[in-house]
Design a protein around this ligand. Structure first.
Ligand code: G3I
Length: 381
């Protein structure tokens, strides 16, 4: 058995991690980010107007980042054979204006991946979140026309492809396009300006352009709660089945797997992987973590809890059982990669979602970078 996580699964699938640009920054860059966050939080607090009936909550105070290399960096370099950018490859981080591109964050991660002999995947080309506002506007205060937005999107996909097509193993071409309300494509009322302006066939077009731009990469349609909610799972099944019938070059479904200590049951994860496998599609896990909180409904999230040894052992068994399920589905030829959404608990987005400041412990390494019981369990046998 190896003390390197990815080596224990190399006969089944790659094991990856989302890397935040923050851990690749030097002290000066991190301090500048911290000063920015402080300023924005002060701005936010000044303009914040509590809604009637809103539970009182304390604004999370931005904490300065530790000086020197964060433990995440060394762990990301040695424990994983696949990396993805947590934020730096999103359109909002790159597409700064008409024909203006900032690839500094993406280039930094690619250099890190090459230095550590890791594969890199691209998250994400088209998403209703973290897309730059200007792209949906015509510059005269109006909405961009269908033709203008299509031209901008095509330009973006081919410019990114031109730069990275030889270095990217898989691309989340479209992210989170299935609505939680009715399990069909998100529309304008459900925050998708892509659907609103381009209509439903923006998904197909994005995949055809991505196939030309990234001829050697696998093309992924990525979403959350597919392994948790039957209606959404079937909604995605109908969408990709139709895409296949129309000859759209989608070859992989990405399961984000933002799951928790209790839900979903292993059987539902297997069922989900095999459902998309039955269409001849590959499946990858793109953003996994196992939260300590079940949070049945986000309106009434679970109260903060302690992370005692019993919880850490329970989490270790949960990770182990899920990875055994992944090994089975990899042997079945369906599951290809497993990516965790972060490295240490300290940097996890779950520390601020669904409750800002309610710290969670969803990953394999604690805030100091020490391996947790879950890591030891996955590396044991
Ligand atoms: O970069 C700005 C910085 O300049 C500013 O000072 C700071 C102040 O708030 O914000 C920074 O941007 C933050 C960004 O992360 C980079 O740290 C955004 O506010 C914050 O909203 C953004 O959160 C990311 C979130 O996606 C945005 O939707 C999380 O880190 C990231 O983990 C999360 O990842 C998503 C996947 O892409 C898709 N699936 C769900 C997953 C979790 O939401």
């Amino acid at each position: 058995m190896s003390k390197f996580l990815y080596e224990n699964y190399k006969d089944y699938f790659r094991v990856g991690a989302a890397v935040s640009g923050i851990i690749l920054m030097n002290d000066a860059e991190r301090d500048e980010l911290f000063q920015n966050m402080k300023r924005r939080m002060e701005e936010f607090k000044k303009n914040f107007k509590p809604q009637p009936g809103m539970p009182a909550f304390k604004f999370p105070e931005p904490q300065p980042y530790p000086m020197g290399d964060m433990p995440d960096k060394k762990l990301a370099a040695e424990q994983f054979n696949l990396v993805v950018a947590e934020n730096e490859c999103k359109m909002g981080s790159i597409y700064r204006g008409e024909n203006q591109f900032d690839f500094s964050g993406a280039d930094k991660l690619l250099a890190f991946a090459k230095q550590n002999n890791q594969a890199m995947r691209w998250h994400t080309l088209v998403w209703h979140n973290q897309s730059p506002r200007w792209i949906f506007e015509d510059g005269n205060g109006g909405k961009a026309s269908k033709e203008l937005l299509e031209e901008r999107l095509k330009k973006y996909i081919f410019t990114v492809g031109e730069r990275y097509k030889d270095d990217i193993c898989s691309v989340d071409v479209v992210n989170e396009c299935i609505s939680d309300k009715n399990f069909v494509l998100r529309d304008g009322a459900d925050r998708s300006q892509w659907f609103d302006i381009l209509g439903p066939d923006y998904v197909d077009k994005a995949f055809f352009w991505a196939k030309e731009a990234f001829p050697n990469s696998s093309l992924v349609i990525n979403d959350y709660n597919l392994e948790m909610i039957e209606g959404k799972r079937q909604g995605m099944y109908k969408l990709v089945k139709g895409m296949k019938e129309r000859g759209v070059p989608v070859d992989t479904v990405g399961l984000q797997m933002h799951i928790n200590i209790k839900n979903p049951p292993i059987s539902e994860i297997e069922q989900t992987i095999e459902l998309y496998g039955s269409l001849g599609l590959n499946v990858i896990v793109t953003e996994m973590e196992v939260s300590a909180y079940v949070d049945k409904d986000f309106e009434h999230p679970d109260p903060r809890r302690e992370y005692d040894q019993a919880f850490l052992e329970q989490q270790a068994e949960r990770y182990y059982q899920i990875f055994e399920c992944f090994k089975k589905e990899a042997k079945a030829g369906i599951l290809k990669d497993v990516v965790l959404w972060g490295v240490t608990d300290r940097m996890s987005w779950k520390n601020n979602f669904p409750v800002p400041g309610r710290t969670d412990a969803p990953l394999l390494f604690d805030g100091e970078g020490e391996p947790k019981a879950a890591f030891d369990r996955l590396c044991k046998d």
